[in-house]
Design a protein around this ligand. Structure first.
Ligand code: ATP
Length: 298
């Protein structure tokens, strides 16, 4: 049936500031913007905009104006919003300050995402129909594990282990494709007892635990490991404007392409072309390109 994305949704409230304020300091912002965010919702938008793969978002929103706006944004992108939980907690919010030198500071209010502690019957049912189940770690790991266990036998579970957190043995046993950036790779390898943060050693350590691994390397592209084969997929050379959501665009498109039948290397190629377009635009969901743009850029 396509991709089911289980994860977080946030309203991103972004201020551009001359510098990150220190303790007790008050600053005037240079600009202010609101937009859809949260790794789960971002990846759902990216998967839907990749075209061709039906995309369902499973997550939680508050009973408030931000929740309505996020639901509308997802639906506009072509995401099926029919089984999103409605929470008494406020919609998740990320308060993001970006300084002129590119430094940022982020405060996340978990809200409805933190209140999302179990899957409903209809959410479980939709997960059971997925070809690809895609999840991240911005919601309770118990929900991610329950979704992985509710997928059908032939379905592929892609875990984007972000933000960094050690995985339980039960979770390791479920993961089909692990996607991490360099820092998350080193953190996860450390949690498995790696003696240092060397990337090659981390990759080897992680590859022992999963059948397929993708390590994203920012402007250097990504590394795909499957069946003992390592493939380096180069990034597309561009001048980045805002790298927010690059990783989410990459992962969402990768999930959609896997659901359409691509192999992992081909799916990663699509993901990197889409992410290179996303870094040239501001915003998380706002920066996610459409399928025709990605096709034209390939
Ligand atoms: P995020 O900044 O969204 O948290 P991330 O750390 O999860 O991102 P990255 O490894 O930075 O993930 O980027 C994911 C993918 O996006 C890369 O593998 C690459 O294909 C693409 N990408 C990221 N930065 C650039 C860039 N400067 N130029 C071209 N492509 C990029």
């Amino acid at each position: 049936m396509g991709v089911v994305v289980v994860g977080s949704a946030n309203m991103d409230v972004v201020t551009r500031v001359p510098r990150i304020p220190g303790p007790g300091e008050t600053l005037l912002a240079l600009s202010f913007a609101r937009g859809g965010g949260g790794k789960g919702a971002n990846q759902a938008v990216a998967a839907a905009r990749a075209g061709g793969a039906q995309t369902v978002f499973v997550g939680a929103l508050g009973r408030d104006a931000d929740g309505d706006a996020l639901r509308e944004g997802l639906a506009d992108a072509g995401v099926d919003t029919g089984v999103i939980s409605v929470s008494d907690a406020p919609t998740g919010t990320a308060l993001i300050s970006v300084a002129e030198d590119g430094e940022n500071a982020i405060v996340v209010v978990g809200g409805a995402n933190a209140d999302f502690t179990e899957l409903s019957g209809e959410q479980r049912e939709r997960v059971g129909q997925a070809d690809v189940l895609l999840a991240q770690l911005e919601i309770a790991p118990e929900v991610v594990l329950a979704a992985a266990q509710a997928r059908s036998e032939g379905a592929t579970f892609v875990l984007n282990a972000a933000p960094s957190a050690p995985l339980s043995e039960q979770m390791w046993a479920e993961v089909d494709v692990l996607v991490v950036n360099e820092h998350e790779a080193a953190d996860l390898a450390e949690s498995l007892g790696a003696p240092d943060r060397d990337l090659d050693a981390a990759v080897d350590r992680l590859a022992e635990r999963v059948s397929a691994l993708v390590v994203t390397l920012g402007g250097k592209g990504c590394l795909v490991l499957q069946d003992r084969r390592r493939t380096q997929v180069p990034a597309v050379r561009v001048t980045p404007v805002d790298t927010t959501g690059a990783g989410d665009t990459f992962v969402g498109v990768l999930g959609a392409r896997l659901a359409l039948g691509d192999d992992l290397v081909e799916a990663a190629r699509w993901g990197s072309v889409a992410a290179a377009l996303a870094v040239q635009r501001p915003g998380a969901q706002d920066g996610v390109p459409h399928a025709d743009e990605v096709r034209a850029a390939r």
